[in-house]
Each structure stands twice: as C-alpha cells, then as structure tokens.
Design a protein around this ligand. Structure first.
Ligand code: SAM
Length: 360
C-alpha cells in the first residue's frame, strides 16, 4: 500500500489543516516533512458538490487520489475505482456520521471494547483506523487521547481539513501490502467496513503482523439481517426489506465481498492467530418502536441511515446483478414502505469483536 498522505500543516490552534499528497514510504515517518500540495476533505467536497447533479458516468479531473467518479447522480472514489461499492458523497458522509452516533449510543459512549485505555492514556500509543470514512471516530479518539497517535486510512479523501495534531489521514487501499514496520500498532480498528473487504484472512493476518505483541484488533459491525423478538416480523411474512438485503448480498458477492462476514468474525480472528477473542452483541432497532429513549434514538439513526442510503447502496451491487436503474427505483418503492412500517419491530445485531496478538 502506497500512502497518499493528508499531512498537517502549521497548526492554527489545537487543530491542524490537512492536505493530501502522495508518498510511498509509509505513514510512520515524519509528517511535518511532507509539504501538502493537494487539497482534500471538506473544501474539496463543497466544490465537488456542484458537480453532483451529473447523471452519467463522468470521471472528474485531477489526480486519482483527489478525483471522484460520478454515476447516476452519485459520487464515488476514483482512487482504485470500483474497490468500494458505495458512494462517498455528502449523503453517504452524513450517513456515516449518523452511524457513528448510533454506534456510540449502542456502546454507552465507549469508543472501543478492547482493554487499551491505559495504553492510550500513557502516551506514544499507535492506533490505526482502517476505512476511516469521514474520520469522525479517529478525530474524536485523538481529542480524547492527545498523547496517542491516530492514523486513518481510506480510499476516499473525505476527511475534514482541521483535525487534532495527533490525527493523520492517508488515502490508501488497506487491502494492499502495508509499508508500515511490523509490530508497530497498539490497536487497529475497523468499523462498518467488513462487508467491503475482499480477503479477510489476508487482512487479519496483515493486521496481526503489524500489531505489537499484546496489541489488539477490534471490529464493530452491523449484521444486516432483520431480526424480531415479538413476532411482528416472521420469516413467512412478506418483507421487501429482507428481499432487498438478499439482493444486496448477492450483488456484493458478485463484486467480490461478503455482506454477512460478521457471522464468523470470532472464528476468523482465531484462525488468523489472535488469542483471547471476545465478542459482544447489541440489538440496534430499526425505527422508533422501542420504549427506551436511548434505543429509540438508535432506531431513528439506523432507519434514517437506511432510508437515506437505499439509492446509493443499491446501485452498483444491483447493476452487477443485471438490474436496470428503473427496476431498482421501482423495487425501492416497496423497500421504503417496509423500512418505514411501524408495525414491524425489527432490529440488526451490532457486533463488537476483538482479539489480541500473542505476546510470543
Ligand atoms: C461505511 S464507511 C465506515 C467509515 C468509518 N469506519 C466509520 O465507522 O465511521 C466504510 C469506509 O471504508 C472505506 N474502505 C472500504 N474498503 C477500503 C479499502 N480497501 N481501503 C481503504 N478504505 C476502504 C470506504 O471508502 C468507506 O469510507
């Protein structure tokens, strides 16, 4: 993996401006030595928003790190075009930030479950966030632990311009070899990204190699299978959202990844060589049906994230199955009704799984 760096420039206050540039020598070097020559993040997004109305496939200008690809009115990353099946536009970024709030609410405010608090607070800890998206988790973690160094990697340059000085973003494909030293990281974090990984075994083994002995890999992922505890949804009932997920699963398989990979996560971490693998599951409601206020809010976040995401989530996977845009739109009419059906008390499992790299 060659890193395309979003290095901090001279800090204005406690935050630092960022810009993207390419560098092939790894992201463990001296960031200050890189002079940012390109822009990335919010400023770029505002400019690009004007282009979002384009209807056809339209590669935008600039280097592949900064460029975007437009399809059907949606914007996608251009670096390693096609690697991630979903858009990176403002709608998608808002959804990511909503899912961040939802995840924290579900986890009672905990940013991680692995026992790394002391290491983060002690100073000098190295944290890697794979598929960092808008970087919201990395930035907030960096604020909480100013002595830790947080690195976020993503295919899309969609991180903000002003970030804490201990937070660094790179545009890169984490499924390619990492240029980092072995035994570098104290903690590697993956959230809402597992469904996009092509070779999970290889990635987990790579994470193991680059973790320090005793370091942790943690994943936090939704299982996109509507479940129900009160028979308001049974397997026999027609439910277009269930059908939608089956098609999404098939479409992602056609594109090379696995929507339901979370099901075997603890076993997969064991198989890769992690020890003391722990797993916790929360129920994340879909909609406003729970009485508990915290869970109602989670349900609102998830339902909104699903409703806002349906178009963007569908396009590439369903087209990979041979659907036309019109067929997709017509199907989504029923799917939206199902998602908004207040009689159905559905939820997704939200799974937190972590494992430790053996000490020897
Ligand atoms: C749904 S977003 C999750 C963002 C973030 N982890 C969070 O929880 O807020 C998934 C992100 O993973 C990134 N991604 C997927 N595959 C990747 C890869 N091979 N290398 C780098 N980033 C990747 C996508 O670009 C996208 O921004």
């Amino acid at each position: 993996m060659h890193h395309y760096h979003i290095p901090p420039s001279a800090p204005a206050s406690s935050a630092s401006a960022s810009a993207t540039e390419s560098r092939g020598s790894g992201h463990d070097g001296d960031d200050a030595s890189s002079s940012g020559s390109h822009r990335a993040g919010a400023a770029a997004d505002e400019e690009d928003a004007d282009e979002e109305d384009q209807d056809d496939t339209t590669p935008s200008g600039g280097s592949s790190v900064h460029a975007h690809v437009y399809e059907g009115g949606l914007r996608y990353h251009a670096f390693r075009d096609g690697k991630y099946a979903f858009p990176n536009d403002e709608v998608e970024q808002n959804r990511d930030d909503m899912k961040h709030s939802m995840s924290l609410l579900l986890c009672h405010g905990d940013y991680f479950y692995a026992p790394i608090e002391e290491v983060l607070a002690a100073g000098g800890a190295e944290v890697l966030d794979l598929g960092t998206g808008t970087g919201i988790w990395a930035i907030e973690l960096g604020d909480k632990y100013p002595e830790a160094k947080i690195t976020g990697i993503d295919l899309s340059p969609i991180q903000p311009n002003f970030v804490p000085q201990n937070v660094h973003f790179f545009v890169d494909d984490f499924e390619e070899d990492w240029v980092d030293a072995d035994n570098k990281y104290d903690y590697i974090h993956i959230r809402h990204t597992l469904f996009s990984i092509r070779d999970r075994d290889l990635l987990f083994q790579r994470a193991l190699r680059h973790l320090k002995p005793g370091g942790y890999l943690e994943l936090q992922e939704l299982h996109f299978a509507p479940q129900c505890d009160d028979n308001s949804l049974t397997p026999q009932m027609p439910y277009a959202f269930r059908d939608y997920i089956a098609f999404l699963d098939a479409g992602l398989r056609a594109l090379g990844s696995e929507l339901h990979a979370v099901r075997t996560l603890p076993e997969d971490l064991h198989a890769a060589g992690f020890e003391d693998v722990e797993a916790a599951t929360h129920k994340c409601p879909l909609g406003l049906w729970p009485r508990d206020r915290r869970l109602r809010l989670c349900g609102l976040f998830l339902r909104t994230a699903v409703m806002d995401g349906l178009r963007g989530l569908s396009r590439r996977p369903l087209i990979a199955l041979g659907w036309t845009q019109l067929q997709i739109e017509m199907f989504l009419v029923d799917v939206r009704k199902a998602v908004m059906d207040t009689k159905v008390h559905a939820y997704f499992g939200f799974h937190v799984v972590y494992g430790r790299k053996p000490l020897a």
